[in-house]
Ligand binder design. Structure first.
Ligand SMILES: Nc1nc2c(ncn2[C@@H]2O[C@H](COP(=O)(O)OP(=O)(O)OP(=O)(O)O)[C@@H](O)[C@H]2O)c(=O)[nH]1
Length: 605
C-alpha cells in the first residue's frame, strides 16, 4: 500500500437516479481494471444483498478498489458506492464525505430526474469535483444533445468534454477512468500526522463481527494498532485490515488518503457510528464534522401472529439489526395484539426491505401495523412529547392541555413532462403540498419544488405520481423539520370496542374520508363469524360510519354427504389451519393478517 501515496490515489463515487446504470458502470470499470473477470456471474458485484438483487436496487453502499495504469503510473482508484434512494440519504452524504470527486451518471433517454438533482446538490455541497457522464447511448431513444443541455442549464457544469457511454455494451467506458484521474483531486492527507480515519460504512460478518469501512485521512493503520472511537470513547485493536478488491483482501497497512476495511472486534453495528472519527490511542485528533445519527422517520408495530412466538420474533429482530443499526427497536404492548415491537425505519423503502428480510429470517407470521411518522405534541406547560404509535395520541378529553400538534415535513422535488403540470399540481394539492417554485429544465420538462407533510408521502403518493404520469415523473425529498398541523385520531371499533393497533392519525380535513375508507376496507377482508360484527370508525371519539358483517354458521363438512370420514377430517384440519392466520382481538372478533395489510396501502383519494 506504500506504493500509493496520496497523489496516486483517487477516491470517487458514482451518483445517479435509480436505474440510470450506476451498478452496470461499476461492473464495467472493475472489469476494465481486471479487478473482476468478464464472467457473467459477476454481474452487479456491488449489489450483494439478495433483496437488492431481486429488486435491482442498491440499498447498502459497497466499495471497491482497483489499480489502473495511466500514463505509465499505477493509480489506486477507490470506487465508493452510494445508495441511491432518499431513505438512505444520510449514508449517501457520509459516503460522499469519503470521496473527492464523483461521476454524475445520467440516462440520456430519460434525462435528469429528481434523484439526479438531489444527489448533485449533495455532492456539490461536499465540494466534490463532478464529472457528468451520459449513459445508455446505445438505446434508440437516446437524446445526447438534449440531456447535455439539461445538465448545462440545471447544474451549470461544463459539458465541452462530456463523455457519452453505454455502460451495458462498454462503448466509451474506457474514457471514464482517465477523466477521473485528471479531474478528481488527490485526497489531501498527511502521511506524517497522527492517524485519523472517517468511518463511513459498516456491515456484520458472521465470522469476524463488524467490518468497518474507513477513509484514512492522516497517518496510517496496521494490524495490532489500538484505535479509539471519538464518538463512543471505546478503544479497539485492529485485528484485520485491507482493501475491497472487490472482496476483502488483507494488506499490511492502510496509508494516508486510502480507503479500506478494518476489523475491530465490534460485536454489533450499533457500535459503528457512521460518520465517526477514529484516532490512535493516546493521540486524540479533531473529529470530523457533521456527525449525526440516522433518524427513524417511519414507525410501525410488529407483532407475532401467535403470542408464543414472541421470543422467536425477538431473536430474529436481534439477528437482523446486528447488520442494520439504522432500524430502531422498542418493545410495546397492544391491547389487541399483545406483546410486540415498535420498529423505526429511515423511510418506507427501508421498511419494506427490512420486513422482507424479517419474513425470510422468521418463518412464522408477523402482523405489521400501518406505518406512521413521528408526531410531536406540545403541551401548554411547554413540555413536548413525540408520538410514534397512534394509540398513544392524546384523546379528545386530554386536549385542553395540548397547545399544538406538529408533524414532520419534507422539501420535495418533482420532475416531469410539461403536459402533466395540471395533474401534478392536483396531486400535490390533494396531499396538502405547498408550491414554492417551478422552472422548465428544457422545452418540455418541468421541475417543481413543494413542501409536503411527510405522512402524505407514506401513503399512495408514489403510486399516484407514477400512474398519473405513466411513470414519467420522478420525485425526491429531504426532511425539513416540524410544522404545526390540525391532526386528529381515528379509532376503529369492532363490536363497539376500540382496537388500538388499528388507530391512525390524519389531518382533520381528511379524517372523515379516511375513516369511512378504512371501515369499508376492513369489511372486505374480514371473515363472517358466528355472531354479527360491527365495524365503526370514530374521529376524535365521534362515530362517523358503521359497517356490519352478518353472522354465519360455516359448516365446512356440509358438502360431504356422510360417508368418507377421512375426507371430513381433512376438511376440518384445513379449517383449523386457516384459523391460525386469524388474531382474536376485541370481544372475540377475529382479524386476519390481511386486515393490517389493506390499511397499509394508504388512503383512497
Ligand atoms: N441499454 C442500456 N441499458 C443499460 C445501460 N446501463 C445500464 N443499463 C440497464 O439499466 C438497468 C439499470 O441499471 P443498474 O446498473 O442496475 O442501475 P443503477 O443506477 O445501479 O440502479 P440502482 O442501483 O437501483 O440505483 C439495468 O437493466 C441495466 O442493464 C446502457 O448503457 N444501455
Amino acid at each position: 500500500m506504500r506504493d500509493f501515496p496520496p497523489e496516486r490515489v483517487r477516491n470517487f463515487s458514482i451518483i445517479a437516479h435509480i436505474d440510470h446504470g450506476k451498478s452496470t458502470l461499476a461492473d464495467r470499470l472493475l472489469e476494465l481494471t481486471g479487478t473482476i473477470s468478464k464472467d457473467s456471474s459477476n454481474k452487479q458485484v456491488l449489489d450483494k444483498l439478495k433483496v437488492e438483487r431481486e429488486r435491482g436496487i442498491t440499498v447498502k453502499a459497497q466499495t471497491a478498489s482497483m489499480i489502473y495504469n495511466y500514463k505509465g503510473e499505477d493509480y489506486l482508484l477507490n470506487l465508493i458506492d452510494t445508495p441511491g434512494h432518499v431513505d438512505f440519504s444520510y449514508e449517501v452524504s457520509r459516503s460522499l464525505a469519503a470521496c473527492q470527486g464523483t461521476v454524475l451518471l445520467v440516462d440520456c433517454c430519460q434525462g435528469i430526474q429528481a434523484q439526479t438533482v438531489a444527489n448533485f446538490f449533495m455532492a456539490f455541497g461536499e465540494g466534490l469535483s463532478i464529472i457528468p457522464v451520459l449513459n445508455k447511448i446505445d438505446l434508440p431513444g437516446a437524446d445526447i444533445e438534449k440531456t447535455a443541455r439539461q445538465i448545462e442549464t440545471t447544474f451549470e457544469l461544463d459539458i465541452s468534454n462530456m463523455l457519452s457511454i453505454s455502460a451495458k455494451t462498454g462503448i466509451g467506458v474506457a474514457g471514464v477512468l482517465p477523466q477521473i484521474i485528471e479531474q478528481v483531486p488527490a485526497p489531501t492527507a498527511d502521511a506524517t500526522a497522527p492517524f485519523r480515519g472517517l468511518l463511513f460504512d459498516s456491515w456484520y460478518d458472521q465470522y469476524v463481527g463488524v467490518v468497518c469501512l474507513v477513509a484514512i485521512r492522516d497517518g496510517n493503520l496496521r494490524k495490532g494498532d489500538r484505535i479509539v472511537s471519538a464518538h463512543t470513547g471505546n478503544t479497539y485493536e485492529v485485528t484485520d485490515l485491507g482493501i475491497m478488491f472487490p472482496h476483502q483482501t488483507a494488506t499490511t497497512s492502510l496509508e494516508a488518503g486510502q480507503v479500506g476495511y478494518v476489523v475491530l472486534g465490534m460485536k454489533t453495528t450499533r457500535d459503528a457510528h457512521i460518520g465517526d472519527t477514529f484516532y490512535r490511542e493516546h493521540h486524540p485528533v479533531a473529529a470530523f464534522p457533521g456527525f449525526e445519527p440516522a433518524k427513524s422517520m417511519v414507525f410501525a408495530g410488529c407483532y407475532p401472529m401467535d403470542a408464543a412466538d414472541y421470543t422467536k420474533l425477538q431473536e430474529a429482530l436481534d439477528r437482523l439489526t446486528l447488520n442494520d443499526a439504522s432500524v430502531s427497536v422498542a418493545r410495546e404492548a397492544s391491547v389487541a395484539l399483545g406483546q410486540g415491537f415498535r420498529l423505526g425505519f429511515l423511510g418506507t423503502l427501508h421498511m419494506d426491505v427490512f420486513r422482507e428480510r424479517l419474513q425470510e429470517e422468521y418463518d412464522s407470521t408477523v402482523i405489521n401495523t400501518a406505518p406512521t411518522v413521528p408526531y410531536i405534541v406540545r403541551y401548554h406547560n411547554g413540555e413536548e412529547k413525540t408520538i410514534r404509535n397512534p394509540a398513544q395520541f392524546p384523546d379528545v378529553d386530554q386536549h385542553p392541555h395540548v397547545a399544538a400538534f406538529l408533524e414532520p415535513t419534507v422539501a420535495g422535488t418533482l420532475i416531469f413532462p410539461a403536459e402533466y403540470l395540471g395533474a401534478m399540481m392536483d396531486l400535490c394539492g390533494a396531499h396538502r403540498g405547498l408550491l414554492h417554485d417551478y422552472t422548465y429544465i428544457d422545452e418540455r420538462r418541468v421541475m417543481m419544488k413543494y413542501t409536503l407533510p411527510m405522512s402524505e408521502i407514506l401513503t399512495d403518493f408514489y403510486d399516484q405520481l407514477k400512474s398519473r404520469t405513466s411513470g414519467y415523473a420522478s420525485f425526491d425529498y429531504e426532511e425539513t423539520g416540524y410544522e404545526p398541523a390540525d391532526l386528529v385520531k381515528i379509532n376503529i371499533l369492532l363490536n363497539a370496542k376500540p382496537v388500538d393497533a388499528l388507530a391512525t392519525i390524519v389531518h382533520r380535513s381528511h379524517a372523515d374520508r379516511v375513516a369511512k375508507d378504512w371501515a369499508k376496507r376492513l369489511k372486505t377482508v374480514m371473515n363472517r363469524q358466528l355472531f354479527e360484527i360491527t365495524i365503526q370508525a370514530a374521529v376524535n371519539n365521534r362515530i362517523v360510519c358503521r359497517e356490519s358483517i352478518s353472522p354465519v354458521r360455516k359448516d365446512v363438512t356440509a358438502k360431504c354427504y356422510g360417508g368418507d370420514i377421512t375426507r371430513k377430517m381433512k376438511l376440518l384440519d384445513r379449517q383449523k389451519a386457516g384459523k391460525k392466520k386469524l388474531k382474536t382481538v376485541a370481544g372475540g372478533v377475529q382479524l386476519p393478517q390481511e386486515a393490517f395489510l389493506t390499511l397499509m396501502k394508504g388512503h383512497a383519494r
